[in-house]
Design a protein. Structure first.
Length: 427
């Protein structure tokens, strides 16, 4: 039996399920994370510039290059292990180093990314994270005191994850060095791949959270514009009920508002759609961590419920409001368009009635003209006929007056019949 032909994309689709594997990380250690995103049109960015920026970092350490179309790559940069990933709107760099730092959350850990290299980044910093990875202690009080020193207490979220395998903690605030701090305490004996997956989930939560919050900024910037358009739309809707308002002017204003609303929806549809997708990813990544409360602290899920979810509801509300306003403007335009059509039909009806009256007057005038034409033609025809008939009538003693009296009725009837025949022919 000959081998069956594979679908052209079969291997690509299967390999996609195994793309972006988690790094192998041992505790204790330090990790740094950086996400770079262009300020505008990030989904249409030049991915060649992303690749060139990555290669410049790899070349500093003599590391190998990724495949031309690669979306993720791992390399050894001295004592650091680097993981690079390319996403729809941003690229991420994660570097891991084994061993304890001299002091927790030392900004010097970010020196793996040189300042000159950072300045050449084809975008702006979306977020950056400093990780402190330690072994879990049997003394919960000791770990709680560390968290108290490392983070802002009122914002701190901490929880057991993956059935007690690790403790994660963060206050999701930017420290003086410009980074988000996250701490991970790992139970001794936990595999490096599992630790790597925990860090990967935390990086994804922070990155997707920040990306989705861009929708909140967009919603706030649209708020005043939507409020002004909403007021104008309400005013025009009320003007539809005023009999002295010209419907054409109101319809033109409604079409302008509809066009503006439609343009706003087109410009913001990607951002609002991406916000919804990122929100779902954040919630999914938190759910798979299987959190349990640590030392009475709020969990990540509780932190997101109190502070993150309201922001997402604001974005959804703005998106729904924009959509409803566009629908209102469309319905108002349709109603006003129907009113304009009715008014134009009434005008056309009056015009037709006026034309009918004019046609009736023209017909009467035509009949009058036809009657006068018969008389005029008959007058001349009788005279002509009398000249022809007189020589034949004089021998019989018929005078000219009697001859014309005899010819007149005959000529008039003949002319009248000829005019009728001509009119019937053209009708």
């Amino acid at each position: 039996m000959p081998p069956i032909e594979d679908h052209p994309q079969r291997y690509t689709l299967v390999n996609e399920l195994h793309a972006r594997p988690a790094a192998k990380i041992s505790a204790p250690g330090v990790a740094v994370f950086l996400a770079v995103k262009p300020a505008r049109d990030a989904s249409k960015r030049d991915r060649g510039a992303d690749r060139a920026h990555l290669l410049s970092l790899l070349d500093r350490h003599g590391a190998g290059h990724p495949a031309p179309d690669a979306t993720h790559h791992s390399a050894e940069l001295g004592r650091h292990h680097l993981k690079w990933e390319s996403h729809t709107e941003f690229v991420t760099y994660t570097a891991f180093e084994q061993g304890m730092a001299e002091r927790p959350f030392d900004p010097a850990a970010f020196d793996v990314f040189p300042d000159a290299w950072l300045q050449d980044a084809p975008g702006t910093r979306l977020t950056s994270i400093l990780f402190q990875i330690e072994n879990m202690s049997d003394d919960i009080t000791e770990m709680a005191e560390k968290l108290q020193d490392w983070f802002v207490p009122e914002s701190l979220a901490a929880s057991y994850v993956l059935d007690g395998t690790a403790i994660i903690a963060s206050d999701f605030r930017i420290d003086r060095a410009g980074h988000i701090r996250m701490a991970v305490f790992v139970k001794p004996g936990t595999g490096g791949r599992r630790v790597g997956r925990i860090l990967q989930r935390l990086c994804e939560i922070e990155t997707y959270k920040t990306s989705s919050m861009l929708g909140l900024l967009r919603a706030r910037s649209l708020s005043s514009q939507m409020a002004a358009l909403d007021d104008e739309l309400s005013r025009l809707t009320r003007a539809m009920m005023e009999p002295d308002k010209r419907s054409e002017d109101t319809l033109e204003a409604l079409l302008r508002i509809s066009s503006e609303l439609e343009n706003m929806m087109v410009e913001n549809s990607f951002r609002f759609g991406a916000t919804g997708a990122y929100e779902a990813l954040v919630n999914q990544r938190i759910e798979v961590l299987r959190e349990a409360r640590f030392n009475g602290r709020q969990t990540l899920q509780e932190f997101m419920t109190r502070r993150y979810d309201p922001a997402m509801r604001t974005v959804k509300s703005a998106e729904a409001r924009l959509s409803k306003m566009a629908e209102r403007a469309m319905r108002a335009g349709q109603l006003l368009g129907t009113r304009v059509d009715v008014e134009r039909s009434a005008q056309n009806q009056k015009l037709l009635e006026s034309m009918d009256r004019r046609a009736d007057l023209q017909l009467r005038l035509q009949n009058t003209v036809e009657g006068l034409s018969v008389v005029a033609i008959s007058y001349y025809a009788v005279n002509l006929a009398s000249y022809v008939a007189m020589p034949m009538m004089e021998p019989f003693g018929i005078s000219r007056g009697v001859a014309m009296a005899i010819l007149a009725p005959l000529v008039v009837l003949g002319v009248w019949g000829m005019v009728r025949r001509i009119r019937r022919h053209f009708d």
